[in-house]
Structures are given as structure tokens and as C-alpha cells.
Write a protein that binds this ligand. Sequence first.
Ligand SMILES: [Zn+2]
Length: 363
Amino acid sequence: MITPSALKELVDFDGQGHSVLSVYLNTDLTQHSKEERRLALKQMLEPLREGGADVTRVTKFFDQKYDWQSKGVAVFTCASLKFWRELRLAVPVLDYASVDDKPNVRLLTDLLDEYERYAVALVDRDHARFFVMQLGEIEEFAYELPATPGRHKQGGWSAARYQRHIETLALQNLKQAAQLTNDFFKSQNCSRLLLAGTGDTLAQFRGLLPKPLRESIAGEFPLDIETPASRVLSKAREIQERVERAHELALVEQVNTAARKKRPTATLGLADTLNALMERAVYTLVVASDWRTKGFACDHCGYLSAQRLATCPLCSHSMRSVDRIVDLAVRRAIELGSRVELVHASAANKLKEWGGIGALLRY
Ligand SMILES: [Zn+2]
């Protein structure tokens, strides 16, 4: 998990005049082959030869040390100051590399923004367990429910009275668990809550949560209190996926609506979107994750175009045809401080019907 202290260390690191190379690589082998990823890395590092020793360090890391087990990797290196940090991420990242005077954490903070922090409360009549899920990873936090006295049957009690006694204790426990959940959710800065547990208990537990917290519930699922954290994670991720897909679909619809207004505040299609990008007007670039097309680029000033132009309209150098114009557009958007959202599945299909790429504009 990316801890706040690890992030702060990166933000605070000062290259003291030495260059710092930051590299993000999507290493999701469920979507790409290792060879393709190695090639992407090579192409990304090619223009950054000025990074010298750092480029060598990163190349070596991916060639010799990295085990290709995570879906994304972020590396920050400053060989001159013997600085090296690698982060293995359980979620894919956009490919990006840059040389700056400090670590470029932009994509990392974007990821933290995009993947909300989920709290998971797993309860039964006697216990509660709490987890935080972020960026595809889960961490359990140990919380003890205060011991409830009087579990034992007192002499002379009828079975019915004992049963009522047990019910009262269970309710007390659930009330305490609800209070703890509320405290946990707030102290962990979570934005969504998932509830897990067994049938009746879950419904009762939900009813005991404060109203504002109930509104943060993103989903519920049946689960035994003893379930290992890895299984809690996979159930929680299923729900998170659904939330994300819904968000992506809404975003694509938003772009479409805004692009068709009389005074459009969004673009659809490569030509208009690249124009907006070149004018630095893109707030959020939205791209169908599996969409590729050809385009034209000026190597001299970075101008990108959907149309074949002999010379660059900005600097008059010659333009060349490129296979991966979308990757160049994504890279440019990141450089210009725009947000980039890759959309998947049905949102991607919808966007492809409308041109594969679009953008919400700044103004
Ligand atoms: Zn140019």
C-alpha cells in the first residue's frame, strides 16, 4: 500500500540540481505481453538518454530484478544522490516517464484520487473486523470489541429468558461495532463503505449505522467472520469494479452530452480532441483503453494532429506518421496537467462508437 509517509518522502525529495528520473509502467500481464511492455519501456526511455545512469538503472531493474507480479510499477531514481524508490502497484498505471529536478508524483496522486479508499466492516453477532482497501490492496486493522459480560447461562433462567439475554448482548455488540465502524471510517479518511457479514446480522447492523455513513455504503456481501483478508479483498474489488465501471459510463455520457451542446464544453473524436489538447484546453482526457489509431506528430515541438500535414503549423518542421498517436496524446495531456481517464468494457465500446477519444474542456 502507498503509505502517506512514502508519498511525503517522494514529494520532499530534492535533487539538489541533479536530475531525477520518474518512470511509470503498466505491467498488467492479463492485458499485455511482457515483450510488449518491455518495448513500451524502451520507447519511453529512448528520448530520455539525458537521464544517463538513471536510465541504465531502470532498464536493469526491469531486465533483472522485477518479477512481473504487480499490475503497475513506479520507479524514482537519482543516481547522483544514490536515491532509488520502487513502488509495485496492484492496479495498472499509465505509461509515463520524465526527467525533472524531483520525483514526478503526479500519476501517483492521480491514482490515489481515482481509487477511492474503501473501508470494509465484517461483522457477526460477537465480532467485528475492519479493513481498508486502496489501489487494489487491503490492510486489516485490529480492533477489539469491548468484552460483553454474562455470556453464561445463569442458574434458574428459563430457556426463553436466556435467549432474550443473548439477543440483547448481540444487539449491544452490533451497536458497539456500528460506533467503531463510524470512528474507523472517519479516522481512515475513507470515502466508501462496504459491509460484509451474515444475513440477518448484516441487515440489523446496517440499521444501526449513523445516517451519513449509511449513505456512503457502496455495497454489501455475505461473508463468514473468519474469512481470510485475501478473500475479503477479492469480494470488495468486485464491488469496486462495478462502481468504477458505472463511473466510467457516466463520464463518457457526460462527454457526449457536453460535446453535442450548442456551445460544446467537450470534444469527441481524435481531430477535435487533439486540437483542444494542443490549445491546452483539456481538463480531462477520456480514452477507450483498447483503442488505437494512427496520426501525425512533429518531433520538433510535439504538435499532434489527426490529419496528414506536410509541415507543422507551429514550427514548420516536417510531420511524421505515428502508429500510437493515442499514447502520445496521453503523454502530452499528463505533461500539460490534464487528468487522463482510461475507460473500459461497455464505456469503452460506447466511446469507440463516438470516436474512441474525447475530452472535457477547461472552459
Ligand atoms: Zn512542430
